[in-house]
Design a protein around this ligand. Structure first.
Ligand code: IMP
Length: 427
C-alpha cells in the first residue's frame, strides 16, 4: 500500500489530468481536496478529448473510486453535467465510483454573480464563483453539500444570506436573485446528488486501514496558493501539500510520496507577475504548439521559458519527491531553449523565489540557454536514452538546478506518449 499526491508546481495547467490518469491505474481511490470547477483537467484517451472540472481524473480507471473531499467547492449544476456527460460516453458513474463529502461547500448562484461582477477589479478569475464561495465558508455563511439534502436547513440558510448577497449584487449593479428559484433548483440538485454524498473522511480512514492505494489530486498550482502564491493574483484555496490533510480529512502521515507536475516551460492565465514571460514570436510559438488556451475559460495563456527558481520554491514548500515533466514535445523545433535559473533584483543575483508579487513584478530573469533538439519522434522514443541528446541535457539541467529527480516525462497528449523513469507506487 502507498498513498501519493500529485501537485501542480507552477500557475496551474501543468498537465495534471494526464499524469493522474496514468497513476490512477494502481489507485483504489482518487481524491480531490481543494479548488472547484476553476480547474480543467484535459485527458486524451483513445484519441478522444475529455475535460473534467470537478470529477477526479481517475474516473477513467474503472477500479478506482473518486472522492470529492470537504475542501472542494462544488457547483452542483456543473457536477451533474459532468456526471451526465460521462454516463452518455459509456462510463457508468454509480455511487460506488463517485463519493462527495457532505461537508464540501456549495457554489451558489450569488457566488457566481459576485465573482463576475467584481472582476471589474481585475484578478482574472475564472468567474466560477470560487472566491466568493470560499469567503462564505470562512465567514461561516456557507452552504454545504449535506445542507442540500434537507429542505428546512437549506431554506433557512438561503433566507439568512440572500438579503446581504442581494445588497452586494445591487451595489455592483447586478441582477438580484430570488430565494424560491434558488431553493427549488438546489433542492433538485441535492436530490440528484444524494446517492453520492457521504462522510468522505471516514471513507478514507477505512481505505487507509484496509491498505488501499490512495491518490490525492491537487488542482491549480503552487504559485496560485492563497498564502504562498503571488497574492492577490491567486486562487482562493491552499494548493500546497499542507492542505491535502485538511481538504481531505486525513492526517499528515497518510502521504508517502509527492509528485510535482511541471510543464517544460511556464504558462499563466489571468493577471499577475510572471518573470520568464515571453512577449515575442517565441511565446506565440509555444502557445500555438502547446495549445495553450484555457480549458475552463478558453482564454489564451501567457507563455514563457521554464522558471526553475519557481520550481525550486515549489519543491521546498511541498517536500516534492520527484517531478513529472510534461509537454516536453511542445519545445520541439526551437533552435535554442532557455531556463530561468535566477532573478536579477536591483543588480543583485538572487536564486530564490519572491512570493511578494510587488517585488516579483520587477525582477529580471537570468536565463541559461540550451541547444534545441529538433523533433522528438514519439514512436521511436520509449526510454530516456532514446531522447535526443540536447533534450536529455535540458532535463538533466532541470534536475540539477531544482535538486530533484524527474520521474516521468510526457512527450505527447496520449497515455502512450509517456516515459516512466521510476516506479511511483511502492510495490
Ligand atoms: P479563481 O480560482 O477562479 O478565483 O481565479 C483566480 C486566479 O487563478 C486566476 O488568475 C485564474 O486564472 C487562476 N486559476 C484558477 N484555476 C486555475 C486553473 O485550474 N489553472 C490555471 N489557472 C487557474
Amino acid at each position: 500500500m502507498s498513498n501519493i499526491s500529485i501537485l501542480g508546481m507552477q500557475w496551474g495547467d501543468e498537465g495534471k489530468g494526464k499524469i493522474v490518469d496514468i497513476l490512477s491505474d494502481k489507485a483504489h481511490m482518487v481524491v480531490r481536496f481543494q479548488g472547484g470547477n476553476n480547474a480543467g483537467h484535459t485527458l486524451v484517451i483513445n484519441n478522444k478529448k475529455t475535460i473534467l472540472h470537478l470529477i477526479p481524473s481517475g474516473i477513467f480507471n474503472e477500479n478506482a473510486s473518486c472522492v470529492i473531499g470537504n475542501g472542494v467547492v462544488i457547483d452542483p449544476k456543473v457536477l451533474i453535467n459532468e456526471i451526465e456527460t460521462l454516463n452518455k460516453n459509456g462510463l457508468k458513474i454509480t455511487s460506488e465510483r463517485l463519493k462527495i463529502s457532505n461537508n464540501a461547500h456549495v457554489i451558489m448562484p450569488y457566488h457566481i454573480s459576485l465573482d463576475l461582477l467584481r472582476e471589474m477589479k481585475k484578478i482574472g478569475t475564472t468567474g466560477r464563483g470560487i472566491g466568493p464561495a470560499y469567503e462564505d465558508k470562512v465567514s461561516r455563511k456557507g452552504i454545504r453539500v449535506g445542507d442540500l439534502l434537507n429542505q428546512k436547513i437549506l431554506e433557512e440558510k438561503i433566507e439568512e444570506v440572500l438579503p446581504e448577497k442581494n445588497l452586494l449584487i445591487e451595489f455592483y449593479k447586478g441582477e438580484k436573485l430570488k430565494k424560491e428559484t434558488i431553493l427549488s433548483e438546489y433542492l433538485k440538485f441535492g436530490e440528484y446528488l444524494s446517492q453520492f454524498v457521504t462522510d468522505t473522511h471516514q471513507l478514507l480512514i477505512n481505505a487507509k486501514k484496509s491498505g488501499k492505494n490512495i491518490l490525492f489530486e491537487g488542482a491549480q498550482g503552487i504559485l496560485l496558493d492563497i498564502d504562498h502564491g503571488t497574492y492577490p493574483y491567486v486562487t482562493s484555496s491552499n494548493t500546497v501539500s499542507g492542505n491535502i490533510f485538511s481538504g481531505a480529512g486525513v492526517g499528515y502521515k497518510t502521504i508517502d510520496k509527492i509528485v510535482g507536475i511541471a510543464k517544460a516551460y511556464t504558462t499563466r492565465v489571468g493577471e499577475g507577475p510572471f518573470p520568464s514571460e515571453l512577449f515575442d514570436s517565441t511565446g506565440d510559438k509555444i502557445r500555438e504548439q502547446g495549445g495553450e488556451f484555457g480549458s475552463t475559460t478558453g482564454r489564451p495563456r501567457r507563455c514563457g521559458w521554464l522558471d526553475a527558481v519557481a520550481l525550486k520554491y515549489a519543491v521546498n514548500l511541498n517536500d516534492i519527491d520527484s517531478i513529472a515533466l510534461t509537454k516536453l514535445d511542445v519545445l520541439n523545433g526551437f533552435d535554442e531553449v532557455k531556463i530561468c535559473t535566477a532573478y536579477n533584483i536591483n543588480g543583485n543575483e538572487v536564486d530564490y523565489f519572491q512570493n511578494n508579487c510587488y517585488l516579483l513584478k520587477d525582477v529580471k530573469p537570468i536565463f541559461k540557454t540550451f541547444k534545441g533538439w529538433g523533433i522528438i519522434k514519439k514512436d521511436m522514443v520509449k526510454t530516456f536514452d532514446d531522447l535526443p541528446n540536447s533534450a536529455k541535457d535540458y532535463i538533466k539541467a532541470i534536475e540539477d538546478i531544482v535538486e530533484t529527480k524527474i520521474s516521468i516525462i510526457s512527450i505527447g497528449a496520449d497515455r502512450e506518449d509517456t516515459l516512466i523513469l521510476e516506479n511511483i507506487w511502492e510495490e
